[in-house]
Design a protein around this ligand. Structure first.
Ligand code: ADP
Ligand code: MG
Length: 614
């Protein structure tokens, strides 16, 4: 039998190799923009069409290429950035593998125009599927322009593997942020078709952060960033960390080393340690941390698409990093004094998933007037059976057809189904609730002392209400007199559009404006809030984090995020009636013991326990 092994043609080998480097439009953007940075560009213009499927164009004012280099650049392992293996350990450039252009040209139609300052004429090269179709001299601007068209035109399987436009665009933004945040001395513009998404002038890093993320007003970037700075002979660390009170479930977290974005779970822990006790376990701080180290002490040569980097002195850097951040937090006097009273929260998440709840069966009392002197009558609910038998006086109430939602009340008011017979109990027999630290409600029950976390209780009540509204009915909408404008970052806007239908079910009304903005024209009657914009931004942030959890439906995610954002907070003073009202509504919920994310809402100190203490 004859020999059967042969070398693959370049076009096939390149296509296979391209799979490693170019996975989606965002990878093309990353590779080309990094090349522009390496070429010393001070202005980079990016245009994408159809989320980068049909066009990704990168134009820079960098040093350009000679005619021969322009042709060579598309060869595999062709690079101007390293010459020998030793150079790998003194890297100062983003690229060095010489694989990107060869890979892109293997799976797309590429048009390159480039000119150096010393040349009168530039050169045009057209390559598709590794074949060079055209090479000629042309008049063109100084610098380099790449047009990458019809990505994966010759690899249908890859093309099908791409996700929706929104997902691909958000990958593109992610790569763009990683480059733009560290190269703030380079001006960028990013267009999605005709629409300008970013116009970032050259600036310092702090201004760049604000220019990129500033639209998310919730994070109030100007106020929240603390500067960090340390230089040792191992490393220099500069950057910004967010004040603890701005920590969120999904913080913006960026590490860079020698101008390159990196992921580093170990150093991430060092940052969290510095915030120890200042933020909740479920939250993470925002940070933008820039390392400069001797390139010999790191190894970035792991994988073309991996962002992990190995450090020689990991442990020492860990300590320096943590200490630097602690110092910054301390200097700005944001470290809270030790106060055990603040630690009183009953924080016992038990990992209970959001569960399907039945629509809340809550009641209201049409006679209730918080300003009047008429005695308030409260409904009897099953919690009495659970926790004790109060003296009861049962009288029927009728539901009022003239019921109007109470827009001002921070507590929700829910609708009773008409004609339903209710029994209520005279509250005067045990009207005393006590609010501890404006945070917990204490009330006596027969078996002991019941203690309720007011914020969690309200979150549960609102969650049940919102979920039933999204799934069953349209919530009551209240028109706002002066519509406010919600301005979002491009990637937040993509996510927001997905959840708009659910928000409309709840009673929100939006009008799409240009530039990722929305006019908020109506809000749900139950959401009494001073700033609806802050509420929506807060809700969006929470929903984005939970949305990745496959165990939670989108309806639950939205109901929960909105409930958390609009619930009354610890620190809010409540009247006795409001406390009773809250307790009643809580016990009307099917699952009144835990918040939708499994946190304990209440605890009972039994009579026995109390007596033992005396
Ligand atoms: P690498 O960046 O790893 O060297 P690439 O395939 O990305 O490999 O690029 C190959 C070469 O093409 C680079 O080494 C560089 O010399 C040249 N090149 C690519 N893009 C540009 C650009 N925008 N401006 C000038 N030269 C470029
Ligand atoms: Mg490169």
């Amino acid at each position: 039998m004859s020999d059967i092994i042969h070398l693959l043609p370049d076009s096939v080998a390149n296509q296979i190799a391209a799979g490693e480097v170019i996975q989606r439009p965002a990878s093309v953007l990353k590779e080309l923009v990094e090349n522009s940075i390496d070429a010393g560009a001070t202005f980079i213009q990016i245009v994408i069409k159809d989320a980068g499927r049909t066009l990704i164009q990168i134009v820079d004012n960098g040093k350009g290429m000679s005619e021969t280099d322009a042709r060579m650049a598309f060869e595999r392992h062709a690079t101007s950035k390293i010459k020998n293996a030793d150079d790998l350990f003194s890297l100062r450039t983003m690229g060095f593998r010489g694989e990107a252009l060869a890979s892109i040209a293997a799976v797309a139609q590429v048009e390159l125009r480039t000119r150096r300052s010393e040349d009168e004429l530039g050169v045009l090269v057209e390559v598709a599927g590794t074949r060079v179709f055209k090479q000629e001299t042309v008049q063109c601007d100084l610098g380099t322009s790449f047009q990458v068209k019809n990505l994966f035109f010759n690899v249908p399987a890859r093309r099908r593997f791409l996700k929706s436009d929104n997902v691909e665009k958000s990958h593109i933004f992610t790569e763009f942020y990683r480059i733009a945040l560290v190269n703030s001395n380079v001006a960028f513009s990013l267009f999605d078709g005709e629409e300008e998404i970013f116009q970032l002038p050259a600036s310092n890093k702090k201004v760049r952060i604000e220019n990129i993320f500033g639209k998310s007003a919730k994070k109030k970037w100007q106020q929240q960033l603390l500067t960090i700075e340390t230089t040792t002979n191992l490393i220099s660390i500069t950057g910004y960390v967010g004040k603890p009170e701005f920590a969120q479930k999904s913080g913006s977290q960026y590490f860079f080393v020698n101008g390159r974005y990196m992921r580093h779970p170990y150093f991430h822990k060092a940052v969290l340690l510095a915030y120890n006790q200042m933020i909740q376990a479920s939250e993470s701080p925002n940070y933008f941390i820039y390392f400069e180290v001797d390139p010999q002490t790191i190894d970035i040569n792991i994988h073309p698409t991996k962002t992990e980097i190995k450090f020689e002195n990991e442990q020492a850097i860990w300590s320096i990093l943590s200490a630097t951040i602690k110092e910054a937090l301390g200097k700005f006097n944001v470290v809270p004094s030790i106060d055990f009273d603040q630690e009183g929260s009953v924080d016992m998440p038990i990992g209970m998933p959001l569960e399907n709840v039945r629509p809340p069966q809550s009641n209201f009392n049409p006679n209730y007037n918080p300003f009047g002197t008429t005695s308030y009558k409260r409904p009897v609910l099953d919690w009495e059976d659970l926790y004790g038998d109060f003296e009861k006086k049962v009288v029927p109430i009728e539901s009022s057809p003239t019921w109007q939602p109470n827009f001002d009340s921070p507590l929700i008011t829910s609708i009773s189904s008409s004609g339903q017979q209710q029994v209520i109990e005279n509250i005067e027999s045990h009207t005393e609730n006590f609010q501890y630290k404006n945070r917990y409600i204490l009330t006596g029950i027969k078996s002991g002392l019941l203690m309720i976390d007011q914020q969690r209780a309200h979150t549960r009540i609102l969650f049940d209400l919102f979920l039933s509204q999204i799934e069953n009915s349209r919530g009551i909408s209240q028109q706002v007199l002066f519509p406010e404008v919600l301005e979002l970052s491009p990637d937040d806007a993509l996510f927001f559009e997905q959840i708009v239908p659910d928000l409309q079910q709840l009673g929100f009304e939006f009008e799409s404006l240009e530039n990722h903005s929305f006019n908020v024209k109506g809000i749900p009657a139950h959401v009494g809030t001073s700033s609806v914009i802050d509420l929506l931004l807060d809700m969006l942030e929470k929903a984005k984090t939970t949305a990745n959890d496959p165990a939670t439906s989108m309806h639950e995610t939205i109901s929960f995020s909105l409930a958390e954002s609009s619930s009354l907070k610890a620190g809010q003073r409540l009247t006795n009636e409001e406390m009773s009202d809250l307790i009643d509504r809580l016990f009307a919920c099917a699952n009144h013991n835990f918040t939708p994310d499994g946190k304990k809402i209440m605890t009972v100190y039994t009579q026995d326990e109390l007596e033992k203490r005396f």
